[in-house]
Design a protein around this ligand. Structure first.
Ligand code: HEM
Length: 200
C-alpha cells in the first residue's frame, strides 16, 4: 500500500479562496446586506428546509441516496447550515466548515452537480420572498449577495469534494483493483475524520 498523505484542510481552503477571482467573493456591501436582513433571513428557515428536501426527494437520482427514515435528521443538519450561513458573519471559519460539508457527502455518493444544483434553488426562493416582503431594491441586493455566496460555497464544496476523492484515489493507486473499492471507503472515512478533528 502507498503512503497516506496528511489532510490539511486549512491549506486546501486557502488555495480554493485564493484561486477565486476576488470580485466573485462576498464584498463589504454584501456582509452589510446580510447583517441588515439577518432576522428576516433566519425567519425563512422552515420554508428553505422544506423546499430543499422536497426538491431532493422529488428527484429520483437524489431521492435514491437517502436511507429510510433519514429525512428528519437531514433536515436538522440543514437547519444548522442555514442558521450558520445567514445567522452569523460569513468568515474564514464558515468557509472552512463548507469544505467539510463537501467532504462528508463523498461517502454517500452525493455528487458535485447534485450539491451545486441546490444553491440556485435556495437563492431564487430568497429573492422571490424578498421581493414580496422587502421591496425590489433590497431583493436585488440580496440577489447579488446570494450570487456571490453561492459561487464561493459552490467552489469550496465541490473542490473539497473533488480533492478529497482524487486524493484518496491517488493514495490508493497501485492497489489490486478488487481491494480499491473497500480501501477507498476507508480512505474517505480517514479524510473526514481528520478534517473534523482539525475543524473542531
Ligand atoms: C448546497 C448543497 C448542500 C448543503 C449546503 C448540504 C449541507 C449538509 C450538511 C451541513 C450536512 C451535515 C455535515 C456534518 O455531518 O457535519 C449534510 C449531510 C448530508 N447531506 Fe447534504 N448538503 C447539500 C446537498 C446535499 C444533496 C444534494 C444531498 C443528496 C442528494 C445531500 C445529502 C446529505 C446526506 C445523505 C448527508 C449525511 C452524510 C453522512 O452520512 O454523514 N446533501 N449536508
Amino acid at each position: 500500500m502507498t503512503g497516506q498523505r496528511a489532510v490539511d484542510v486549512a491549506a486546501l481552503i486557502d488555495g480554493i479562496i485564493a484561486s477565486l477571482v476576488p470580485a466573485a467573493l462576498p464584498q463589504a456591501d454584501d456582509h452589510d446586506t446580510l447583517a441588515r436582513n439577518r432576522q428576516w433571513l433566519l425567519g425563512l428557515e422552515d420554508e428553505i428546509i422544506t423546499l430543499f428536501y422536497d426538491s431532493l426527494y422529488a428527484h429520483s437520482a437524489t431521492a435514491a441516496l437517502f436511507q429510510d427514515g433519514e429525512r428528519a435528521a437531514r433536515e436538522q443538519t440543514l437547519r444548522g447550515w442555514w442558521q450558520r450561513t445567514v445567522g452569523a458573519p460569513v468568515d474564514l471559519a464558515y468557509f472552512r466548515w463548507m469544505s467539510l460539508v463537501g467532504i462528508v457527502h463523498i461517502k454517500r455518493r452525493v455528487t458535485n452537480p447534485m450539491m451545486l444544483s441546490m444553491l440556485p434553488i435556495v437563492s431564487e426562493r430568497v429573492v422571490t420572498r424578498a421581493r414580496a416582503d422587502l421591496g425590489e431594491a433590497e431583493a436585488q441586493r440580496l440577489q447579488q449577495v446570494f450570487s456571490r455566496l453561492s459561487t464561493t460555497i459552490g467552489a469550496i464544496i465541490s473542490e473539497a469534494y473533488t480533492m478529497g476523492f482524487v486524493g484518496a484515489l491517488e493514495d490508493l493507486a497501485g492497489l489490486d483493483p478488487k481491494l480499491t473499492a473497500r480501501m477507498l471507503d476507508l480512505e474517505v472515512q480517514r479524510i473526514e475524520r481528520e478534517s473534523r478533528a482539525q475543524l473542531s
